[in-house]
Design a protein around this ligand. Structure first.
Ligand code: P6P
Length: 339
């Protein structure tokens, strides 16, 4: 007999029953789902309507912004403001915090998102995604204040991403376990497809942009080189997999095991290493997910979830994936080469 489908709403009801989330947080997740279903449709039709292509504007990071970025950002902001489910919003596409509507002043949650991460891949049909991260406010009421946003990732109450690929998936954690849902195009529901995602202790995949190798520190260079040969435990060399879309690269390694590296500049041991990826809406949500799945995430020296945000677009190096692989990398960086 066909198994009854287990929907996201059923999962949220279970989490509420076990005290892992309240009605407000469930409503935020359902708002994100409403937006993601629409974004998924637009991404899947991007080649057919004139919504694809560079919009002629750049974001705060000076990157060409694809029209779908703007569309996805505006849709997410509009839904969250109309429902009043968040008291503050921060997006990759907006330099400053986005004020809630009046309805949001009484909400207890703030949200970060990258509305369409990896958007430079839209035109070449590689999977892209929406990444989100939710915190309980620290201010009392009214519109969220800057202190509500400048947090450590260990304070997140929920994190996840939608990946728009061969299917549209939601990967979600509220801190205990990681669950995957696949959008059923027939019913329009997200149905549970990955009950308990665990990342293997050690993998056989490494993901990095080797075009940057000349800029890497010696420890990173020797670590990556070590993966290209037979391993001490008798396994063969690792496979290189990298598409330049964090959600796609992370999702593959989460399910199969392995390590994703966007290394930083470790030359000055007295300062935190600089990096490319954004702490609040790329590194932190992925780090909450990977740790809840048994993996690890570091900037090369410090656990990502322990890093105090200095601004809402704070950048960090990101090394994330199987715990044993991440630990090996940290040993190479600490030793300045093979440990
Ligand atoms: P590079 C996309 O712009 C992004 O922020 C991530 O999705 C991706 O992992 C990374 O940048 C790719 O960076 O320098 O290899 O193109």
């Amino acid at each position: 007999m066909r198994q009854h489908a287990f929907s996201l709403r059923m999962h949220l009801t279970e989490l509420r029953g076990s005290g892992q989330l309240d009605r407000e947080l469930a409503d935020i997740i359902l708002d994100l789902v409403s937006a993601a279903k629409i974004i998924s449709c637009e991404v899947n039709h991007a080649g057919l309507i004139d919504i694809q292509g560079i919009a002629g504007v750049t974001n705060v990071h000076g990157e060409d912004v694809q029209k779908l970025d703007i569309y996805s950002n505006d849709l997410l902001v509009s839904i969250l403001r109309q429902t009043g489910s968040a008291c503050g919003i921060a997006s990759e596409e907006s330099e400053d915090m986005i004020a809630p509507s009046t309805a949001g002043h009484s909400s207890n949650y703030i949200i970060f998102f990258d509305p369409l991460d990896g958007s430079s891949n839209i035109d070449v049909n590689i999977s892209i995604g929406t990444i989100f991260s939710v915190y309980r406010r620290v201010s009392q009421s009214g519109p969220a204040q800057l202190d509500d946003f400048l947090r450590k990732g260990s304070h997140q109450v929920a994190a996840g991403y939608f990946v728009y690929g061969s299917s549209t998936m939601l990967v979600l954690t509220t801190g205990k376990g990681v669950t995957g849902f696949t959008l059923d195009q027939t019913s329009g529901q997200f149905l549970r497809s990955h009950t308990e995602i665990r990342v293997p202790e050690r993998g056989k995949i490494y993901s990095c942009n080797e075009g940057n190798a000349a800029k890497w520190d010696e420890g990173t260079k020797q670590y990556v080189q070590s993966l290209k040969t037979a391993q001490p435990d008798g396994r063969g060399s690792y496979s290189a997999r990298y598409v330049g879309s964090l959600v796609a690269d992370f999702h593959r390694n989460l399910l199969k095991g392995g390590i994703f590296l966007y290394p930083g500049d470790y030359s000055d041991a007295s300062k935190p290493p600089k990096g490319k990826l954004r702490l609040m809406y790329e590194a932190n949500p992925m780090s909450m997910i990977v740790e809840a799945a048994g993996g690890a995430a570091t900037d090369g020296r410090t656990r990502i979830l322990d890093i105090q945000a200095e601004d809402i677009h704070h950048r960090v190096p990101l090394i994330i994936g199987s715990a044993a692989d991440v630990a090996d990398y940290e040993a190479y960086v600490a030793a300045g080469g093979r440990p």
